[in-house]
Design a protein around this ligand. Structure first.
Ligand code: HEC
Ligand code: HEC
Ligand code: HEC
Ligand code: HEC
Ligand code: HEC
Length: 476
């Protein structure tokens, strides 16, 4: 027996490379089998285990697989003489054949499982969002967004083999950048790098422009910087429209309408030229910004308007401090009854901190110090409220500012609206003129009906009974 086995062993031991290869394959296979049960039982959330299991082990396994024949080839003379010895014994050959067949089946089995789970795992939100901390700002914003149940790949990977391949190539590039610590900080907006998958291959899989609702009532709370944090509200009825009704969507996506624009900067903040074309009526008009000349504009890159030219932050929306504090106060995250909490809160958020941990500690200490000095009764009697306010502020900071990644207030502009960033007013500024002298409108009622602007207890909300309803809910 021992005699007969020797040639088989000799094959693998004939060169150290084959031996090492066999060793690597076995180790990867066994480790993988050990980790598998924990993954199957649903403990697959730890991204590091994921990276080992689906990133590193398959590579080790495949390397081993390649090293075995490479070693055999390097030691081909010795192998040939070993085989020659075996020719004499038919049973030996049969056994060798069986051995090679069985190991190949096993290898293919493990190998295909590895690649299948690797691919599957790399599509998961856990992998995209938490495997490397570069994604932390986007992941944090994503978790609280209307799309928190939509996977990253549904917006970031195009359809078919091409989309899959492009995303894996981009992934490799990013892996190298992270490994060598050369990734850009902040990570640039995806639209500005030209790498975002076109909206008709992503957004429009789930949203139908024909089906948009006609109008939407929006209430914006705003608290003043006075001692009482006086609340005022802005009420808009946004004319969203649809393909049938002009409104916002219909005006850019109605039947036959195509809008093309040229931008000066990668972030598309400056738009000196816009063209409106209606293929049904044959109407074409172009609008040029004040001061821009035709030759200047001709040199710029052109883009066909799509969903993300307005909804660039449907998922990764970051707020400015004022808006974030207004919303947190309206939601009850920060107690509205603490004197000057709006003014002080924004001030503390705008200070500079080296990390989220430091911000959290300093915000808590400074807020308490402020009340101890100016309102000792509150610092004593309402310590829990002061702490709750500090926690609310720290949460806002950690959700919007990432000092190590150089993501600060306003790093990522949002194009919906025009109050925090230029947004709609990049084109609708009344300064883009057509040859006939017409401008792209800035008429306040073109996009929304301003039912109330910064009013205390606006009439319209009284009529609708909204504020009483909110008060009642808050008292519950
Ligand atoms: C509903 C669609 C959608 C989903 C889901 C989504 N993204 Fe995005 N993402 C976008 C859009 C649109 C942009 C482009 C923003 C811009 O250019 O202003 C973007 C940009 C990014 C950027 C570039 C940096 C930035 O903020 O512009 C990163 C990184 C990113 N996304 C990661 C992720 C990760 C990780 C997930 C899953 C946890 C995810 N995205 C899920 C739509 C989405
Ligand atoms: C896989 C399906 C899917 C994809 C892809 C998708 N969305 Fe959505 N989107 C949804 C769902 C579902 C909701 C409703 C969520 C809710 O109301 O809780 C939604 C909500 C929205 C809203 C309303 C948000 C709000 O505050 O009420 C906007 C705007 C939006 N999506 C834009 C986009 C854009 C832009 C893209 C492409 C970058 C996109 N969506 C891609 C499924 C999707
Ligand atoms: C010209 C800017 C613009 C473009 C382009 C645009 N939208 Fe909108 N969209 C808006 C505005 C403004 C609203 C109102 C909501 C708001 O103010 O946040 C809105 C609302 C929505 C809503 C919420 C509707 C509801 O009934 O609550 C969805 C979903 C949406 N858009 C998806 C899309 C998709 C998908 C595309 C691309 C086909 C698109 N939008 C293109 C400006 C735009
Ligand atoms: C890239 C440039 C561009 C951006 C950005 C843009 N628009 Fe427009 N918009 C146009 C053009 C061009 C027209 C057609 C103007 C015309 O026909 O006179 C238009 C028309 C409209 C109209 C119809 C106006 C009317 O007179 O009836 C509405 C409403 C509108 N846009 C809303 C929005 C909103 C809301 C946003 C931001 C969320 C926005 N637009 C962002 C280019 C833009
Ligand atoms: C091209 C379309 C358009 C025009 C023109 C326009 N707006 Fe708006 N405006 C919007 C959109 C879209 C929003 C909602 C943004 C959102 O959903 O967060 C908005 C939001 C607002 C808000 C809410 C502020 C806040 O807290 O975010 C105010 C106030 C406002 N607009 C005032 C005006 C006034 C005043 C004018 C006239 C000078 C005007 N708008 C013209 C599109 C427009």
């Amino acid at each position: 027996m021992v005699q007969n086995d020797r040639p088989v062993l000799a094959l693998f031991t004939s060169h150290w490379l084959s031996l090492l290869g066999a060793g690597l394959m076995t180790t990867a296979g066994i480790l993988w089998l050990f980790i598998l049960p924990s993954q199957l039982r649903g403990h697959g959330d730890n991204p590091y285990v994921g990276i080992i299991m689906f990133g590193i082990l398959p590579v080790v396994f495949a390397t081993g697989l390649v090293m075995i024949p490479a070693g055999l080839w390097l030691a081909r003379r010795r192998v040939r003489s070993g085989l020659a010895q075996m020719i004499d014994r038919a049973s030996s050959i049969r056994r060798l054949g069986f051995f090679l067949g069985a190991t190949t089946v096993l290898n293919v089995l493990i190998g295909s499982q590895l690649t299948y789970s690797a691919v599957h795992h790399m599509e998961s939100v856990g992998f995209c969002g938490t495997s490397c901390h570069v994604m932390k700002p986007e992941y944090s914003a994503y978790q609280g967004s209307p799309h928190s149940k939509v996977t990253c790949t549904q917006c970031h990977v195009g359809p078919g083999a091409r989309g899959w391949f492009e995303s894996k190539m981009a992934g490799m590039r990013q892996l190298v950048e992270v490994a060598f610590d050369t990734y850009p900080r902040p990570v640039p907006p995806a639209v500005s790098t030209g790498r975002l998958v076109p909206a008709n291959e992503t957004c429009e899989n789930c949203h139908w422009p024909e089906k948009f609702q006609a109008m939407q009532l929006r209430v914006f709370p705003s608290f003043a910087e006075d001692e009482a944090n006086t609340l005022s509200q802005t009420v808009l009825v946004v004319m969203i429209g649809g393909k049938g009704m002009p409104g916002v969507h219909g005006s850019h996506f109605g039947p036959g309408i195509e809008i093309t624009y040229a931008s000066k900067d990668a972030g598309r903040q400056e738009i000196p030229w816009v063209e409106y074309k209606n293929t049904l009526t044959g109407e074409t008009k172009s609008f040029t910004a004040e001061g821009a000349t035709a030759p200047d504009v001709a040199k710029l890159e052109r883009h066909r308007m799509q969903c993300v030219d307005c909804h660039n932050r449907p998922t990764h929306a970051f707020d400015l401090p004022e808006r974030a504090v207004n919303n947190a106060m309206a939601n009850g995250d920060i107690p509205v009854t603490l004197p000057f909490v709006r003014k002080k809160g924004v001030e503390l958020l705008k200070a500079s901190y080296s990390s989220q941990e430091e911000a959290s500690k300093k915000i808590q200490a400074s807020l308490l110090e402020f009340y101890q000095k100016d309102y000792p009764k509150i610092a004593d009697g309402r310590r829990a409220d002061v702490d709750r306010a500090a926690q609310g502020l720290s949460r806002i900071f950690s959700r919007n500012v990432f000092p190590d990644l150089k993501v600060n207030w306003g790093t990522y502009p949002n194009h919906i609206g025009h109050t925090d960033f230029p947004g709609c007013f990049r084109c609708h500024d009344d300064k883009h003129k057509s040859a006939a002298g017409k401008t792209i409108t800035q008429d306040c009622s073109a996009c929304h009906q301003l039912a109330a602007m910064d009013e205390k207890n606006p009439e319209v909300l009284k009529t609708l009974g909204v504020n009483e309803r909110l008060d009642a809910l808050q008292k519950k």
